[in-house]
Design a protein around this ligand. Structure first.
Ligand SMILES: NC(=O)c1ccc[n+]([C@@H]2O[C@H](COP(=O)([O-])OP(=O)(O)OC[C@H]3O[C@@H](n4cnc5c(N)ncnc54)[C@H](OP(=O)(O)O)[C@@H]3O)[C@@H](O)[C@H]2O)c1
Length: 257
């Protein structure tokens, strides 16, 4: 039986990964900050699918939290076969409206934690000659979209570069770039969503199914929906100035600070 470790497993896209991987018979290590929610989720997935689900409470914006997950990934007696670096969030506001401490927290969770956990997982995977890492980025990586988009652009560049470096070792790395997905993300970031057209919303379970199919095919970049594949084709042909105007308006309506 294989084991998957998912960060940000309690809600949205991470919870969809947990449901799907448990249904496929993988044991799980569930990582997030809310211990009670993690325990309820672990019990439910164990009861429903008969898999083992470990709970690892960790705040990936803190040194201790990243170290705890690194140590679990490095434990060669209980190997992790698939890592899903999914934990993430959006800050409430545009550039210069967000306190610098919050911008740095985003870099810690989206970039430093992803870098360190990928390394901690990939080292023993390379020794075993197999394993996979999915780093959840966003289509925001491809458009001028605040510091959030910049952090996700880093995830895409890092993941595809590392995938190239590890080619032939049996370790697969893939950046996953969803469009808008109905999760807790926008509410947590205090973002209004009424200016996001209905057709742009994706379903988390379908997204995960498509992502895992892309990983099995050996892709290093997954944009798992025909609508967004087409949209990203248009993005490549659109002048960046126009793109910045359109992209920075859609879905970035913030409530009171
Ligand atoms: N929703 C979208 O439209 C969308 C689009 C593209 C990309 N994404 C990306 O998809 C990923 C998942 O987002 P989502 O939409 O599923 O969001 P979500 O529903 O808000 O879930 C976020 C998850 O991350 C955990 N988390 C947040 N901060 C954390 C921290 N400091 N340490 C550990 N865990 C933390 C949360 O649990 P706790 O609060 O208990 O820690 C929760 O389990 C993110 O990387 C996001 O940037 C989302």
């Amino acid at each position: 039986m294989t084991t998957a470790l998912i960060t940000g497993a309690t809600a949205g896209i991470g919870a969809a990964f947990a449901r799907r991987l448990a249904a496929d018979g993988h044991n799980l290590v569930l990582v997030a900050r809310d211990t009670k929610r993690l325990q309820e989720q672990a019990t439910e997935l164990h009861d429903r699918h008969g898999i083992e689900a470990e709970v690892l409470t960790a705040d990936l914006s803190e040194e201790d939290g990243i170290t705890a997950v690194e140590q679990r990934l490095a434990d060669r007696t209980h190997p992790v076969d698939l890592l899903v670096n999914n934990a993430g969030f959006g800050n409430k506001g545009r550039f210069l409206e967000v306190p610098m401490a919050d911008e740095l927290t985003m870099l810690k969770v989206h970039c430093e934690a992803v870098l360190r956990l990928t390394a901690a997982a990939a080292q023993p995977m390379r020794e075993r000659g197999r394993g996979g890492v999915v780093n959840v980025a966003s289509v925001a990586a491809f458009v001028p979209r605040g510091t959030y988009g910049a952090s996700k652009a880093w995830v895409v560049q890092f993941t595809q570069g590392a995938a190239r470096d590890l080619a032939g070792t049996g370790v697969r790395l893939m950046a996953l770039c969803p469009g808008f997905v109905r999760t807790e993300f926008h509410q947590r970031a205090g973002m209004g969503t009424d200016n996001i057209p209905g057709w742009m919303w994706l379903d988390a379970d379908k997204l995960v199914a498509a992502a895992l199919a892309d990983l099995a095919k050996g892709k290093s970049l997954s944009i798992p929906d025909p609508r967004y594949k087409a949209l990203m084709g248009v993005v490549k042909l659109t002048p960046r100035g126009l793109l910045g105007g359109l992209s920075s308006r859609t879905g970035r309506k913030y409530g009171p600070q």
